[in-house]
Design a protein around this ligand. Sequence first.
Ligand code: ADP
Ligand code: MG
Length: 253
Amino acid sequence: MTAPIATDTHEDLPTAVRCEGVTKTYGSGPTATRALRGVNLEVRTGELLMLVGPSGCGKTTLISIIAGVLGRDGGGCEVLAHDYNHMSQGETTRFRGKNIGFVFQAFNLIPTLTAAENVAAPLIINGAKRERAVDLASQTLGRVGFDDRMMRSSPVDLSGGQQQRVAIARALVHDPRLIVCDEPTSALDGETGQKVMDLMRRIAMGKDRALIVVTHDARIFRFADRIAEMEDGMITRVLDSPNEMKLGSEATE
Ligand code: ADP
Ligand code: MG
C-alpha cells in the first residue's frame, strides 16, 4: 500500500547516481573475472537504496566505482552531476574527498588512534587544521551517541556496534552528499544492526543526500526506499517496496 507513495515522493527528485553500461573485469586472459557486465542503475537524491545479491555478484565492485575509488573499464558513471568520464584521477579524488562517505565492511579503524582521532584523520589528510578536525570529529561522534570518554577510547576497547558508529562518524564527518556502505551490519548482532541503520537513516539522510547500502541482511530491508537486486555482474530488478523484496526472498528460499 505504501509503495506507490514512496515512489512518487522520490521520482521528481534529481538523480544522485546514474550508471550506464558499467563494465569491470579483474585480471586478464583465462583467469579474468568479469565482475560487472553492463550495470545500469539510478539512485535518486533523497533516497536510501539497498543493493542486494549473492556473494561475488559485484556489489563491492559497483559501489567502489560509484564512490570513485575504483576505475571502470567501460560505461558511464555520473555522481552528483559529475561525469567521471570527464574527470582526471586527481579531480575524482578531490571530488570524493569532498562529497562521498564510505563505510567499509570491516570497520577499518586504526587501533593506535582514539575514536576521535580515527574520525579526524581523513579531515587532517585532506588539509584541515588539527584543532578544527578534532572539533568536527567530536561533534560528529556526539551525533552518533558518543560521550567524551568513548571518544578518547581506542577502537579495541569498543563493542562492535560502537566501532561501527565510529566508522559511520568517520564517513559523515565531512558532510558528504553521497554515502556508500558495504554490508554495514554484517559484523553486528540483529538488534545492534537495526540501531545502526536507524541511526544512519536519521543522521545521514536529507533531501539533498543519497545513501547506498549493500546488504545481505533481510532484517534491515525495511529501512530502504528501493531495493536493487544484483546477479552475476548485472542489476536484475529494482523494487520500489521492501515488502516486495521480502515476499520475493521468501518465495525463493
Ligand atoms: P560482492 O561484493 O558482491 O561479493 P565483489 O564485487 O567483491 O562481489 O566481486 C565480484 C567478482 O570479482 C568476484 O568474482 C570476485 O572474486 C572478483 N574480484 C573482486 N575483487 C577482485 C580483485 N581485486 N581481483 C580479482 N578479482 C576480484
Ligand atoms: Mg562485497
